[in-house]
Design a protein around this ligand. Structure first.
Ligand code: G16
Length: 546
C-alpha cells in the first residue's frame, strides 16, 4: 500500500535551529519541501543513519501539527525507522517526550512545538529534536542538522494514505516501520506519582486549600485533568482553559504576568485561591502564584532547592544545582549554604544535559519560567507545580509566607526582565556589538554610585566535555551584588528581541517587601544608558516586563 518516493529538493538557507529547535511562522513551514527538508536533515544527521532507529513523535497540538505528523510518519517509514511511538491525536508535551525516550530507551524524539509563541494559521510552528538521553539536541547535533540542511538534495517519503492516530494502543505497520499510537498522559502521570507524595498533596487539597491551574488552552490541559483532578482529587473548577486548541484561543500560551493575565487577575482578586499556576504551549514552563503573590522563576528555583528534601524523590538531598547565566543568583545563596556545587550555563535547556547526565546536578532552572531536575532532560511545568504543592503540603504554610521566610534568611534578589520585541535586527545587533566593544572601558567605572566589577561577554566551557559556547550575553556586575545582563533572544520569529535582565540584592529586613520595578528603578535607568538603547533602536520603553 505504501511506496517509497525520492523527492528532489534544494536547500533553504534559514534552517538553523535557535535556542530551542527551528521556529518559524506557520507559513514558512507550509512552503513546499520546507518541513520535509528539515526532517530529512535530522535523519541525515543521526549517527549511523535513521535505519533501525526508534523514535517518539508528538507535539503541543498547535495549528499544522496534524499535517506535520502525517508527513513525518511517512518520512520516518521511508527512511527505515524501526519503531515510531506517536502521541494520540499527535499530542505529547515536551516533558512527556523526554520521559518516553528515557523510559522506553528510544534513540530520540521529534517534538512539534513553538513553545510559548502564538499559534494558528498566522502564528508560529516549530520542530525540536531530542536525543537518546531525552534532552534537547546539543549544539554539536543542531550544527550538524543545519549543515545537512544546507546541502540537502533529496528526501524520502512513503506514498500512501494518512494514518489514523486517534486511538491509542493501536499498532500500524508502514513498510518496515511499526507505528504505535500511545496515550500521551499515563507514562508522565505515573512518573509524577513516583516523584512526589500524592497522598500528602491530596490531603492538602482535601483540607480546604484551593488552587487554580491555567493551561492557556495548550497541551497541559490533558495532563492537568488527569493529575490534579483524577489522581489528586482537586475539583474540576480548579482547571482553567484546559481544552487544548490549535490557536490557543488566540492567546500567547506563555505563563507570565502579561500573557496569563486572567489567572493573575484571579490570584490578585478578593476570591483568589491559595495557589495558582500555569504552563506554556508545550508544557515545559511554569508560573507559580500565591494568593496576591507572584513568585519569580529565579526565586522558585532557589526555594525548591532549599526545600527539596521534603519531596520523596529528593529526600537524600541534591548533588548540585545549575541556573542559566541571566537567571538571578538566588539559588547560588542556597547552594552556598548547603555546600552544593552551583553551575552557570548559557540560556537554553540543552546546556544542562551534560551536567545532569554526569550526575553533577539534580535541580536546574532559568528565569524564563523553566525549572527541572534529573527525572527527565527537559524543563517541566507540571513537575514544578507538583513540587511546590508537595512542599506546601508538608509545611502547611502559604506561598507568600514561604517566600518571605526564605528572603528573611537568604536576602532577596530583586529581579526583572525587560524585553524589546520585534526590533529591527540590525539595530539590535549593533547594540550588542557596541556593548561588547565598550566592555574594557566599562570595567572599574562608577555609575550611579555603583562600581563595575565585572564586564564581559559570557563564554561557557562545559565542565563535562570541554566544549565552548561563547558570545552568550553581556554581563555587567556591580560591587553591591547587582547585575545587568544583555542578550538577544534565540526563540523569536519576527525581527530581533533584546532582553535586558536586571538584578539587585538586599538582605535588609525593612527592604524585603518593596515593589520590584521601584526597587530596581535606578538600575533600570542605568541598563538603558549603558546600552544606549534609544540611539540603537529608537525607543527605550520595553514591550514586555516580567
Ligand atoms: C527556550 C529554551 C530555554 C530558554 C527560552 C528563552 O524555552 O528551552 O532554555 O530560556 O527558550 O530563550 P530566549 O531567551 O533565547 O528566547 P522554550 O520554553 O521556548 O522552549
Amino acid at each position: 500500500m505504501y511506496e517509497i518516493k525520492e523527492v528532489k529538493t534544494t536547500p533553504f538557507k534559514d534552517q538553523k535551529p535557535g535556542t530551542s529547535g527551528l521556529r518559524k511562522p506557520v507559513t514558512a513551514f507550509q512552503q513546499p519541501h520546507y518541513l520535509e527538508n528539515f526532517i530529512q536533515s535530522i535523519f541525515n544527521s543521526m549517527k549511523g543513519g535513521p535505519r533501525g532507529k526508534s523514535l517518539v513523535l508528538g507535539g503541543d497540538g498547535r495549528y499544522y501539527n496534524k499535517r506535520a505528523i502525517q508527513i513525518i510518519i511517512k518520512m520516518a517509514a521511508a527512511n527505515g525507522v524501526r519503531k515510531l511511538m506517536v502521541g494520540r491525536d499527535g499530542f505529547l508535551s515536551t516533558p512527556a517526550v523526554s520521559n518516553i525516550i528515557r523510559k522506553y530507551k528510544l534513540d530520540g524524539g521529534i517534538i512539534l512545538s513553538a513553545s510559548h509563541n502564538p499559534g494558528g494559521p498566522d502564528g508560529d510552528f516549530g520542530v525540536k529534536f531530542n536525543i537518546e538521553n531525552g534532552g534537547p539536541a546539543p549544539e554539536k547535533v543542531t550544527n550538524e542538522i543545519y549543515q545537512q540542511s544546507l546541502r540537502i538534495e533529496r528526501y524520502l517519503i512513503a506514498e500512501g494514505p494518512d494514518i489514523d492516530i486517534s486511538r491509542d494502543g493501536v499498532e500500524i505497520k508502514i513498510l518496515d516501520t511499526t507505528v504505535k499510537i500511545i496515550d500521551p498522559v499515563t507514562d508522565y502521570a505515573d512518573l509524577m506519582e513516583e516523584l512526589f507524595d500524592f497522598s500528602k498533596i491530596r490531603a492538602l487539597l482535601d483540607s480546604g486549600f484551593t488552587m487554580c491551574y491555567d493551561a492557556l488552552h495548550a497541551i497541559t490541559g490533558i495532563y492537568a485533568r488527569e493529575i490534579f483532578v483524577n489522581r489528586l482529587g482537586a475539583p474540576e473548577e480548579s482547571l482553567r482553559n484546559c481544552d487544548p486548541l490549535p490557536d490557543f484561543g488566540g492567546g500567547h500560551p506563555d505563563p507570565n504576568l502579561k500573557y496569563a493575565a486572567g489567572l493573575v487577575e484571579l490570584m490578585f482578586s478578593q476570591d483568589a485561591p491559595d495557589f495558582g499556576a500555569a504552563s506554556d504551549g508545550d508544557g515545559d514552563r511554569n508560573m507559580i502564584l500565591g494568593r496576591h503573590f507572584f513568585v519569580t522563576p529565579s526565586d522558585s528555583l532557589a526555594i525548591l532547592a532549599a526545600n527539596a528534601r521534603l519531596a520523596p524523590r529528593y529526600k537524600d538531598g541534591l548533588k548540585g544545582v545549575a541556573r542559566s547565566m541571566p537567571t538571578s543568583r538566588a539559588v547560588d545563596q542556597v547552594a552556598q549554604e548547603l555546600g552544593l556545587p552551583c553551575y552557570e550555563t548559557p540560556t537554553g535547556w540543552k546546556f544542562f544535559g551534560n551536567l545532569l547526565d554526569a550526575g553533577m546536578i539534580t535541580l536546574c532552572g532559568e528565569e524564563s519560567f523553566g525549572t527541572g531536575s534529573d527525572h527527565i532532560r527537559e524543563k517541566d511545568g507540571i513537575w514544578a507545580i507538583l513540587f511546590w504543592l508537595n512542599i506546601l503540603a508538608e509545611k502547611r504554610t502559604s506561598v507568600a509566607e514561604l517566600v518571605r521566610k526564605h528572603w528573611m534568611s537568604h536576602g532577596r534578589n530583586y529581579y526583572t526582565r525587560h524585553d524589546y520585541e520585534e526590533v529591527e535586527r540590525e539595530g539590535a545587533q549593533d547594540l550588542m556589538k557596541d556593548l561588547d566593544r565598550r566592555l574594557p572601558e566599562l570595567k572599574g567605572q562608577t555609575l550611579a554610585g555603583r562600581t563595575v566589577i565585572l564586564a564581559d561577554n559570557f563564554c561557557y566551557k562545559d565542565p563535562v566535555d570541554g566544549s565552548k559556547s561563547c558570545n552568550q550575553g553581556i554581563r555587567i556586575g556591580f560591587d553591591d551584588n547587582s547585575r545587568i545582563v544583555y542578550r538577544l533572544s534565540g526563540t523569536g520569529t519576527k525581527g530581533a528581541t533584546i532582553r535586558i535582565y536586571i538584578e539587585g540584592y538586599t538582605n535588609a529586613p525593612e527592604l524585603l517587601d518593596e515593589d520590584t520595578q521601584e526597587f530596581l528603578s535606578d538600575l533600570i535607568r542605568l541598563s538603558r544608558s549603558i546600552s544606549r538603547i534609544k540611539e540603537h533602536i529608537g525607543r527605550e520603553e520595553p514591550t514586555v516586563i516580567t
